[in-house]
Design a protein around this ligand. Structure first.
Ligand code: DX5
Ligand code: ZN
Length: 223
């Protein structure tokens, strides 16, 4: 069966002054998601985007928000954001003591709840939450910064996640991959079963014609 991977363009990789120019180009290219990194300076050693930014961005584009929540005490901070039905929100397994409660809260609002797992997070944690998620975000780097190198075992880890989800009776739960998703890595991750590919400095936010960079990425993921 034909399987076309989707692209989630990482907003933090656009210069502050260029974000909306990029968003307009992404609309023209039918990019499926805007990947918005939320960082609190404790879960990861960096700070990024808060509720007002996400609210404003949502009001300016029809591209679906794909929010990657890298925070401690996610159960409190989630409520600061007015996530909308159809949007995607990824919560790190280690970001809250109440992961099932948070995922269930999002799903009941019609938000596509996803669990994010770091390179060192065992995939077995998915067993307890597979009934409450739409997707899994597999981190291919330790999150916090753009421009890092892939942690090699995370490529075959995606295949293990796919097989585990299938064995748990959840073939519909999709997999997103994030961090150093070059064209080459995207092709390998697509072969392992990844469905959504974050596009950052490794693929589309770099020198070259944006249309061609997007086309190269799409070609690697089943288009
Ligand atoms: C990693 C971030 C990614 C990052 C991906 O913490 O979540 O969104 O910007 O971009 P590159 O391609 O630079 O790894
Ligand atoms: Zn991210």
């Amino acid at each position: 069966m034909e399987r076309k991977g989707k692209i989630a363009a990482s907003v933090m990789c656009a210069g502050f002054d260029q974000i909306m120019d990029y968003v307009r180009r992404f609309e023209e290219e039918n990019i499926e998601y805007l990947h918005v990194d939320v960082m609190d300076g404790t879960f990861v050693p960096n700070l990024a985007y808060g509720p007002d930014f996400v609210k404003r961005l949502r009001s300016l584009t029809s591209i679906t928000i794909d929010c990657h929540f890298m925070v401690d005490r996610a159960e409190e901070k989630l409520k600061w954001f007015d996530f909308q039905p159809g949007e995607q929100v990824s919560l790190h397994y280690e970001g809250t003591c109440h992961i099932q409660k948070c995922l269930d809260y999002l799903q009941k609002k019609g938000v596509k709840a996803m669990i994010a797992i770091n390179p060192g997070t065992p995939i077995q944690v998915l067993e307890e939450v597979a009934d409450y998620i739409s997707g899994v975000l597999v981190l291919n780097v330790n999150p916090g910064f753009a421009g890092q190198k892939i942690v090699p075992h995370t490529i075959e880890k995606v295949g293990r996640v796919r097989r585990l989800l299938d064995s748990l009776g959840h073939p519909e739960v999709y997999i997103e991959v994030d961090g150093n998703i070059t064209v080459e890595n995207a092709a390998k991750l697509y072969a392992q079963g990844a469905d959504i590919f974050v596009a950052g400095t490794s693929s589309i936010f770099r020198e070259g014609d944006l249309k061609e960079l997007i086309a190269a990425k799409r070609k690697a993921i089943g288009w």
